[in-house]
Ligand binder design. Structure first.
Ligand SMILES: NC(=O)C1=CN([C@@H]2O[C@H](COP(=O)(O)OP(=O)(O)OC[C@H]3O[C@@H](n4cnc5c(N)ncnc54)[C@H](O)[C@@H]3O)[C@@H](O)[C@H]2O)C=CC1
Ligand SMILES: O=C(CO)COP(=O)(O)O
Length: 367
């Protein structure tokens, strides 16, 4: 296939080298090495840092073929090349995979303006959103708008450490209009242990991945309060319902079926059982909310980043601005707990503050 650059092969670069970024690079590199329509090499942009040994992270990755900090013990494939220079990492690529914590993507995109080859296609694996003066902005749109390129999304029940050791997982690619691009991404990501489906509902897929991180914080709080499985299941059910309602209010085109894909209920379940948001929220509740999420994140995750706390704040801004707070007691309460305005126990309390919790927790639909 002609790729727009006078050649028939595609070249892949990954922007991000954290926990999922490293695993995604490994997975992609295993496929580019096999598929004739891709160049073998996968260049992975590294946000450079110096390790306690004094070695640079990018040098350590290229020497050991492992991400010594964010994914130790896993060989990435010799065709993964770490590159600390953003411009150099992307300059030859026509397929860009964005996978950084969401708070950094805007700054990265600004640095890439005017630096990309014509005809570049992108995909975002980033779970999160930005809130601008004009309103909420999904990360794929931020990438598309800033760089003037098409951007699909890939979300799913994808705890990176499990995919790193090739345990079977599924994922969902969301796209808008350009099905051919989405199919090319699906081919590039699919392996026998990583099955990818494609749906024409980019907002639905991306909002599932984004919002489930808030519900995972709620699930972690319930774990930290030792409330048991029934309560956690209730939180997940209520959370899923709020996720769907919020998504459809923001984007009426969002489809119900998307919530039954890997990006929907499956990602919600895996993150509420085994994710980092859940784990840190459990510690937060066990400490009675006395140690902040920032402090616990730094202590427990060693440089990896939580997305749920900032996403809860961003969603809360949308809820307050639009006067939707009472419709979404779970999403609102998680933010108020995260900032210390409410105690962790409020996650299951029927308080004056959350008058609709009784409605939403019961059988009467409130939307
Ligand atoms: N880890 C996982 O299991 C999964 C993560 N995701 C999503 O993928 C995205 C990326 O997550 P991870 O790769 O796990 O990252 P991570 O949580 O390991 O984050 C650390 C990364 O952030 C980088 N970083 C730190 N400061 C930076 C700065 N100022 N500018 C740019 N980069 C900086 C670090 O170098 C490192 O690469 C997130 O949106 C996450 O929700 C999605 C599925 C699974
Ligand atoms: O998105 C994830 C799994 O699909 C990972 O979630 P955490 O960031 O909570 O670990």
């Amino acid at each position: 296939m002609e790729n727009g650059h006078g050649g028939s092969k595609h070249r892949v670069a990954v922007i991000g080298s954290g926990n999922w970024g490293s695993v995604a690079s490994r997975l992609l590199a295993s496929n580019t090495a096999k598929l004739p329509s891709f160049y073998d090499e996968v260049r992975m942009w590294v946000f450079e840092e110096t390790l306690p040994t004094g070695e640079k992270l990018s040098e350590c990755i290229n020497r050991a073929n492992e991400n010594c900090k964010y994914l130790p013990g896993i060989k990435l494939g010799t065709n993964v090349i770490a590159d600390p220079d953003l411009e150099s990492a992307v300059k030859d690529a026509d397929m860009l995979v964005f996978v950084t914590p969401h708070q950094f993507v805007e700054g990265i995109c600004k640095k890439l303006v005017g630096k990309l080859r014509p005809g570049v296609q992108a995909i975002s694996l980033i779970k999160g959103m930005e809130v601008k003066m004009e309103g909420p902005c999904m990360i794929s749109k931020l990438i598309s708008d800033t760089l003037g390129i098409n951007c699909c999304v890939l979300m799913g029940a994808n705890i990176a450490n499990e995919i790193a050791v090739e345990k079977f997982s599924e994922a969902t690619i969301g796209y808008r209009e350009d099905k051919e691009a989405a199919s090319r991404w699906a081919k590039l990501f699919t392996t026998p242990y990583f099955l990818v489906s494609v749906v024409e509902d980019i907002e639905g897929v991306e909002l599932c991945g984004t919002l489930k991180n808030i519900v995972a914080i709620a699930a972690g709080l319930v774990d930290g309060l030792d409330m048991g499985n029934n309560t956690k299941a209730a939180i997940m059910r209520i959370g899923l319902r709020e996720m769907r309602a919020f998504s459809k209010l923001l984007f009426p085109s969002v489809r119900d079926n998307t919530f039954f894909e890997s990006c929907g209920v499956a990602d919600l379940i895996t993150t509420c059982l085994g994710g980092r948001n859940r784990r840190v929220a459990e510690a937060f509740a066990r400490n009675g909310g006395k140690r902040s999420f920032d402090e616990l994140e730094a202590e427990m995750l060693h440089g990896q980043k939580l997305q749920g706390v900032s996403t809860a704040r961003e969603v809360y801004e949308v809820l307050t601005y639009r006067g939707w707070q009472e419709l979404f007691p779970l999403l609102s309460t998680v933010h108020e707990i995260c900032i210390g305005q409410l105690p962790p126990t409020s996650i299951v309390e029927y308080s004056e503050h959350t008058p609709n919790l009784s409605i939403i927790g019961g059988s009467t639909p409130c939307y």
